[in-house]
Design a protein around this ligand. Structure first.
Ligand SMILES: C[S@@+](CC[C@H](N)C(=O)[O-])C[C@H]1O[C@@H](n2cnc3c(N)ncnc32)[C@H](O)[C@@H]1O
Length: 213
């Protein structure tokens, strides 16, 4: 297939996810990235408590509510789910979700998380958190890794032993070093690029499973 043909297919896919997000009331096309991550890794199994870092406008939270509601229907246990989203930007409220408008680097965050989750460890942390790109790939990658380092730190303090952490990096020379530090903390770490990720993007998701003792 020639270049124009490939380009058409990629643009068509992008359009497809955008239209579907609008049709089903998702706030962003990225909803499909989380659906595809879950389809591959089954990350929502037995999840009732969840933290979404960098959650605005909230499509990942919308998807999370759906999966957690399904889990609640399947269990006989009486569980009150705890779902928290954090972002620099405000979001329009979502039923069943709590929200904190703050920077994930803020030192008071850990205390607020402990308070919200009643000093208990949680089932899942998801993050699509990303810096505003400047166009300078090296700089952007370094800033994104700072975010990833912080997310890793939060996860180590908050996640239950066998749980998943999902986070986003931009592929580049900084990633191998970060990947090494993640592998020192988690039993299994896999790279994943959902089909819904734009073809031009260098984003990859790390699917990290089971914190090491
Ligand atoms: C790609 S968007 C997330 C989209 C979201 N997953 C959804 O489906 O609606 C990335 C978000 O990360 C947030 N963000 C970036 N840096 C942050 C920081 N230091 N603290 C909190 N949020 C941050 C941005 O404000 C932005 O809303």
């Amino acid at each position: 297939m020639n270049y124009m043909g490939k380009k058409w297919i990629k643009e068509h896919k992008k359009e497809h996810y955008y239209k579907n997000a609008k049709r089903y009331g998702y706030r962003a096309r990225s909803a499909y990235k989380l659906i595809q991550i879950n389809r591959k890794f089954n990350i929502f199994k037995n999840v009732y408590s969840l933290l979404d870092l960098g959650c605005a406008p909230g499509s990942w939270l919308q998807i999370s509510i759906d999966f957690i509601s399904d889990n609640l229907k399947k269990t006989k246990k009486k569980i009150k789910p705890k779902i928290l989203g954090i972002d620099l930007k405000k979001i329009t409220p979502i039923n069943g979700v709590d929200f904190l408008q703050m920077d994930i680097h803020d030192k008071s965050l850990q205390m607020k998380l402990n308070e919200f989750f009643d000093n208990k460890k949680i089932d899942l942390i998801i993050s699509d958190c990303s810096i505003k790109k400047t166009g300078n790939k090296t700089l952007d990658q370094v800033s994104q890794i700072k975010i990833c380092d912080r997310i890793l730190e939060i996860a180590i303090n908050l996640l239950k032993k066998n749980s998943f952490l999902i986070l986003k990096c931009f592929e580049g020379s900084e990633v191998p070093k970060f990947l090494k530090s993640v592998k020192e903390k988690f039993h299994k770490v896999r790279k994943f690029i959902p089909e819904a990720t734009r073809s031009r993007s260098n984003e990859i998701f790390l699917v990290c499973q089971s914190i090491l003792p």
